[in-house]
Design a protein around this ligand. Structure first.
Ligand SMILES: C[S@@+](CC[C@H](N)C(=O)[O-])C[C@H]1O[C@@H](n2cnc3c(N)ncnc32)[C@H](O)[C@@H]1O
Length: 314
């Protein structure tokens, strides 16, 4: 299948990564190599690009894209989770990096491949694992085994869904009759749970619950925090971490981790001298998140919720 994904904020990624010929850059979310291709060109001829993804289809597509005439840049592709960045980079054999890119979430082909179970528009098994071979639990396991209160918490917290408790109660009642196996099974339970008046406006009624389940199945927030903290340890002074997130929970987490790494002393106010000895690790480059222009959103509607933040190693 052709792998089509339009990179989001491409010029801004190049600018905020502050790319130079010879740089060593790690693209932690390679996808179809839309960003990686531009990075490889900007760091040629002596640069090194490490591309990581946990999805085999993405790695195959990226390998095909990057092979085209870019042999002058060293390219190392690794299957792995950016939550395990230390191990993946050690295996890649690099000693440091001048930049990291995290372009979070799923790619267009992952959303469009109905059988992956990410989309509420298609009927498919309730899977949602970004690494289907990885053996982690699927969305079906979550909806059929979690308690009602756990489901309500996940849907409320990760989906920011105001009808979370009702949806959880309806899921538990429905699975008592028959386990939920497909995306359509889940969509119809969600539609029953949300009152018709609330369903009439706004996005698809299943959008928030699907987002919540995807975050839970893939442990997205935990791995993001782990990945960011590991990335800054590999950065050279002046090296940058650039993150593009697509929903408020991720963006809030990125902002919080950057702020913590940029803050120095954590002693309680009023102490005569610092006792914690903490030094800032990064400088925040984007005081406010960078967002796509209206032209980009028109051209690529999937960019509409994107927020880019960057921090520089000090
Ligand atoms: C939005 S797409 C990236 C698109 C890419 N920047 C491009 O321009 O083609 C996100 C990619 O990151 C991968 N991904 C998401 N979370 C990951 C994780 N924790 N570890 C490794 N890869 C991950 C997904 O499989 C997907 O291919």
């Amino acid at each position: 299948m052709e792998y089509r994904h339009t990179p989001v904020l491409p010029a801004e990624v190049t600018k905020y990564l502050s790319l130079h010929p010879g740089s060593t850059i790690v693209d932690c979310t390679l996808g179809g190599a839309g960003h990686a291709k531009r990075i490889a060109d900007s760091i040629a001829p002596t640069g090194t690009l490490v591309g990581i993804d946990q999805d085999d289809a993405a790695l195959d597509a990226a390998a095909a894209t990057l092979r085209l005439g870019r042999q002058i840049t060293t390219i190392i592709l690794k299957k792995g989770n950016f939550g395990d960045l230390d191990a993946v980079l050690a295996e890649a054999g690099i000693a440091y990096a001048d930049g990291f890119l995290f372009d979070l979430g799923v790619s267009s082909p992952q959303l469009d491949q109905a059988e992956r179970g990410f989309s509420y528009h298609d009927d498919a098994p309730l899977d949602m694992r970004m690494d289907p071979a990885g053996g982690a639990m699927s969305a079906a396991d979550v909806v059929n085994t979690y308690s009602e209160s756990e489901l309500a918490r996940i849907i409320g917290e990760y989906g920011e869904e105001r009808w979370a408790s009702r949806i959880a109660a309806f899921i538990v009642a429905a699975r008592g009759r028959r386990p939920l196996q497909t995306t359509s099974d889940l969509v119809s339970v969600i539609k029953d749970a949300i009152p018709a008046s609330a369903r009439r406006s706004g996005p698809h009624p299943a959008r928030r619950t699907f987002q919540a389940l995807r975050i839970e199945v893939n442990g997205e927030l935990e791995v993001l925090e782990r990945g960011l903290r590991q990335a800054v340890r590999w950065l050279t002074t002046g090296g940058r971490v650039v993150v593009i997130s697509y929903h408020s929970l991720e963006d809030r987490l990125v902002k919080k981790v950057f702020a913590e790494l940029a803050s120095g002393c954590e002693c309680p106010p009023g102490l005569p001298m610092c006792t914690c000895g903490r030094e800032p690790v990064v400088r925040i480059v984007t005081k406010r998140p960078v967002v796509p222009t209206t032209e980009e959103i028109e051209r690529n509607p999937r960019s509409r919720s994107a927020k880019l933040r960057a921090a520089e190693r000090v």
